[in-house]
Structure formats: C-alpha cells, structure tokens
Write a protein of this length. Structure first.
Lengths: 353, 353
C-alpha cells in the first residue's frame, strides 16, 4: 500500500496506472493530483495511461462571464448521466494568489454531482507560465479518459488566449452567450468564432435573446462567405483551395455552428443543445474535416507537451545564466537579443539563429 | 537609398537605426514594419537600438470590452501632447483571419492623431503562437522608445492571458471598467487585480458608477488585508516577509491602485486620471518597490525573447521530426511524452528530463 504523501517511485506508476484502468476512483483522484502537481513519477504514469486514451468525447464549455456556463454545464452533466455515461469535468479557474477560490464558489452549482461516483470533477487553476494551463488540463483529461470517463467537459471562464488554448483540447466546443451583450459581441467575436462548434444563447427568456441569436447567425453566415471567397481567390493561384472545396462538397460541406437557445436554470432546451453537439460529433467521426481536426489535435497535443518539456529542461540548464544576465540588462551593458542568442547557443550548440 | 521592399542586409540595420535615432519618422515606421514582420536583419536593428531604450514611460490601457478604452486612450494622447511629449501608441487587436479589421474600425476614434507627426500609432494583431504577441509588442515598443517617444500607450482589448502578458510590458497599467458590470467584476477580478496600477471607472455618468467604484475599492482593501495576513503568517517561518514588510514601511507602504471616475467622451476628469498615473510613476522611480518592478520587467523581457528564440530555433531543427511523429500518435504507436523527451534529447543532447 502506497502512502498518499510519498512520491511515486519504481513500480509505483505502473501499479497506480493499473488501478486507474481498473476504474478505481481513489486511484484516479490520486493520479490527477500527481499529474497536476507534477510529482516525481507523473510522466511514467502518463506514458502507461496514454495508450488507453482516445475514447472519451471531450466537450469544451466557454463564453462570456455571467452567461451561466456553470449552470449549463451542470445540466449537461445531468443529461449525460441519464444516458448512463461516466462523466469527467475539468473546471479551469483563473484564480490568483490574491483572490484564490473566488470563482470556485460559483461552481457550487455543480456540487450535487460531487456525490455521484460516476461524475469526476477536477478544478485547475491557471498556471504562472505561458501555455502551462493547457499542458496541465491536457494531462488531467488524459487521466480521466484512461479512467473510463466517456464524456469530459472542460469549462473555462473568459475568452482569453489561455482559455482558447484550453478549448483546443476539446472535440466539440460550446460557446455560451447571454442576451443583451450589444457591442460586446463585436468585440469578442474574433476569438469565439474560431473556437465555437455550437453556440448556446443561454438565459433565452431575457430581452434581446432573438437579436443575439440573429447576430450570431449573421456572423456564421459572414464567415461562410469569407471562406468561400478566400477559397475561390486562392484556387486561381494554387489549386489547393479548389481541391479543398471539392472535398468539402463531397463531405457535405463544412460545419456551421448552430445557434441554440437555452434556459439552463429551467432545464429548457438542453436536449436540443446536446443534439447539436451530437451532430457535431458525428460530423467529426464521419467526414474528412473530422479526420483533419483529429490530426490537428494530435499535432497541438504534441506541440504543447514538447514546448513545455523543452522550456522546463532549458530552465534547468541555463536558468542561472539567464538570471545573471538580468543585472547586466538593467545596467544596459547587454541587450536581451544577444543574451538570448548566446543562451540558445549554449543549449543547442552550433551556429544558432 | 534602400528600397522599402528589399530585406535589410550588411550595413543596412545600422543605417536604419541611425535614422530612427535621429528621429526620422519614416525610418521609425519602416523599422517597426521590419520588426513586426521579422524581416531578415530585424534582430541586428534591435540590437543597435536597444542601448538607446529605457527612457520612455510605458502606460498600459486594458479593461473590459465596451468600457471605452479607445476614447480614453485618445484623451490620454491629447493630454500628453499638451505637455509637449512625443507619444507612441501600440494598439493590440485580437483580429482573426475571419474578422480581420473588425475592431480596428473602433480605433477610428484615435484617427485625428494620425495627422500629428508627434504621435505614432501602430496596430498589432495577435499572433498564432503562444507568447508571440508580447514578444512583438515588446520589440515595437523598443523601436518607439529609441525613436524618442516619451510616453507610449499600449492598448489591449480584453483581459485574457495574452493581454495580461502584454500589460507586463507597461510601467503603469490603467484598467478601465464601465458601471453596471454587476457580477462580472467578481468573475474578472482575478486577472485585473494583478495588473491594475490605476482603475478608471469610465462612463461615470451612468447608473451604478458609485457602486462600481465601491466594489473596486473593496477589492483593493481586501487585497491589502490578504497581503498583510500572508506576510505575517510566513514571517513566523522564514522572516523574508517580515523584512519585506519592514522595507515596505520604510518606503511608505506598497502601492494601492486608486480608483478614478472618468467620462472620456466629455473629457471629464482625465487630468485626475493622469495625476494618478504620474503618482504611480514617481512611486516606481523613488521606492524599493519600483526598483523591484524594474528588475522584474527586465527579467520578463529577457524570458520572453529567450523563449521565442529557443522555440523558433527548435522548430527549425526538429520541426520535421515533430511532424513525422504526429502520424504515429494518431495510430497510438507512440505517446507524446516519450516523443517530446526524445526530441528534447536530440536538441540538447545528454540525459534530459
């Protein structure tokens, strides 16, 4: 019996992995803690679990603050539980040392599911360094996947770069909006259009719901026209776009995010929202676009882990030299471009840059 | 005479740098384009300019969409021009291939300054890769600084991770809010509290302005109490916090972000906002906290450039191997952790991780 406090060593990752794969809830909890804290041995654990991943359907839930994401996620969990599925939830909280836990309190709405052994909820705080969050979230998702969660929700707050990175981990991303955003749709649409597979206009009994739906549908239509124009423009020079367009037609055209009105607090239209998500899943599994997206996810997954591994190792090897250079920079005796090139040369050898 | 289209070569970066330092506007425009596009020779240009940077005051302007950041920035530019200062503006736009330019249109409010040769406005779109934006923004700021801009505004849309990274480039960051955000302050406060040096509650003639001011002031007070509690708790074990607290007292206590009501469209209270910013500048220049912040900025600057240099070089050296691994990952023949370790070993040699 391994103590919960001691770092995993020797055969321990294999043993823990076997218990996770056997569906032991406490083992899964422990594995996620190890992975999130990056306790020694966590990489071996992930390597053993990885071949058993890839079965879960990962659904991202993001959108503007106050749109009711937590309540909606709660309803989606309920929906999946009624289908008999084991559910995982990764709740990403932009907490800080100053305000730790402020937003987590909001998640109280999901708490009734804490008692359900078939629902596994894990909160993740944003990391200090760039891209660290999506690495950690990816690792936790892989544990949930190996543990046998059939549907995994990834809920993020806000539409910042970090959250957008996290939604790339999802197969299907729901973007939740509330009516009455007005100009704000204009301001945030750049980010959300790229990630939305399904739009939920929640709190749909409020004034302005129809106009928000119309705005979103217009955005989707505009994107379609822009894409068609771009494809036809570049098909003259290359032919790639032309072939692409042909493939798309063969596959029934590209996916266009449907807009679904919901009232999460009243459990209203959640079935329709899920039907839209299911349709997107089918689309991904049966079309060339889906194959492309799977490939893109694998590429992202590797890039995130590689970047993190490289920067961690670089910090170990030249962190002290980097720190020593700061004083020289403050005295303007050196410039950060020359210092960076020199550090990269120390690390990689040869004539870099 | 160097053609505008040809990449810089040989002595060209030095020549261009000399013209930038002499205050030639067209040279500065060209230098920024080179730096933003990373045209060959841009690094040499930055190396020559760097020793001439460090004189500008960099003011970040961020906040929620619809709070009136662009109008406020316009007023701040006006204010600085009346003080006879040369002004630079870096406007960060989260544009995307789909919606390119949507937000830029909003910047029309600043356009009257386009005709002023002492105001230099440069828009930057968000980059594809993580951290790329803050690298580019930093490089452009350094060109504006060397060119002789005395105050440089960095305006960002939204409070995502990417924008937060960009505000780290600033000496003084103004966070702009509008009244009537309600619960949203709760949701976004985690991010903004860490970056705000001054709060502007804009559109202060609207309902709810006083309550927004009160909410923000309460947040600031709460942070102070948390910090004091944390310092006194850890001073028992270490003593660092105790010494820190002593230093803070000697320096007149830590900075607490003031909250200033403004009505940018009516040019109301802009002077008071600027006075708060000036006070923060004085604080930075005359206290130990300021010295710490300067050191932290130099550290961040180096870390950003080093990370970017390393990842760019790594992509050149193992990008093809990384791409080749994606197919194996899709077939589950390999796991991304093992692949990443192997790639890092190829790059760095020795027993990594």
């Amino acid at each position: 019996m391994i103590s919960d406090e001691r770092p995993v060593a020797n055969r321990a990752p294999q043993d823990l992995a076997a218990r996770v794969l056997a569906g032991e809830m406490r083992a899964a909890a422990r594995a996620m803690r190890l992975v999130d804290d990056r306790t020694s041995g966590y990489l071996d654990l992930l390597k053993v679990l990885y071949p058993h991943t890839g079965r879960a359907w990962i659904v991202g839930v993001t959108g503007t603050p106050g749109a009711g994401k937590s309540t909606l996620t709660d309803r989606l969990i309920e929906h999946e539980r009624k289908r008999g599925r084991r559910v995982g939830v990764v709740a990403v909280d932009p907490t800080s040392p100053f305000t730790g836990g402020a937003i987590l309190g909001d998640r109280i709405r999901m708490q009734r599911h804490f008692l359900d052994p078939q629902v596994f909820i894990r909160s993740l705080a944003t990391r200090g360094h760039l891209g660290g969050l999506s690495r950690s979230a990816g690792d936790v998702i892989r544990v949930l996947d190996a543990y046998g969660c059939e549907t995994i929700f990834v809920e993020t707050v806000g539409v910042g770069q970090d959250e957008l990175e996290v939604t790339r981990l999802a197969h299907t991303t729901i973007v939740v909006m509330a009516p009455g955003m007005g100009d704000d749709i204009q301001a945030i649409k750049a980010g959300i259009l790229e990630v939305a597979d399904v739009f939920a206009v929640n709190k749909a009994d409020r004034d302005g719901a129809d106009s928000t739906v119309r705005d979103l549908e217009q955005m989707v239509a505009q994107t379609r026209e822009t894409a068609v124009a771009a494809a036809s423009a570049s098909s003259h020079s290359a032919g790639h776009a032309h072939r692409y367009a042909r493939e798309e037609r063969a596959a029934g055209g590209p996916w266009e995010p449907p807009v679904v009105k919901t009232i999460a607090v009243k459990n209203d239209n959640i079935g329709a929202l899920f039907a839209a998500c299911d349709a997107h899943r089918t689309y991904l599994e049966t079309t060339q676009d889906g194959a492309r997206k799977r490939e893109e996810r694998a590429r992202e997954e590797l890039a995130t882990i590689f970047r993190d591994t490289l920067l961690t190792e670089a910090a170990l090897r030249v962190g002290e030299q980097q720190e020593a250079a700061v004083a020289r920079l403050l005295r303007r005796e050196d410039d950060p471009y020359t210092v960076s090139e020199a550090l990269v040369r120390v690390l990689l050898g040869g004539g870099s840059a």
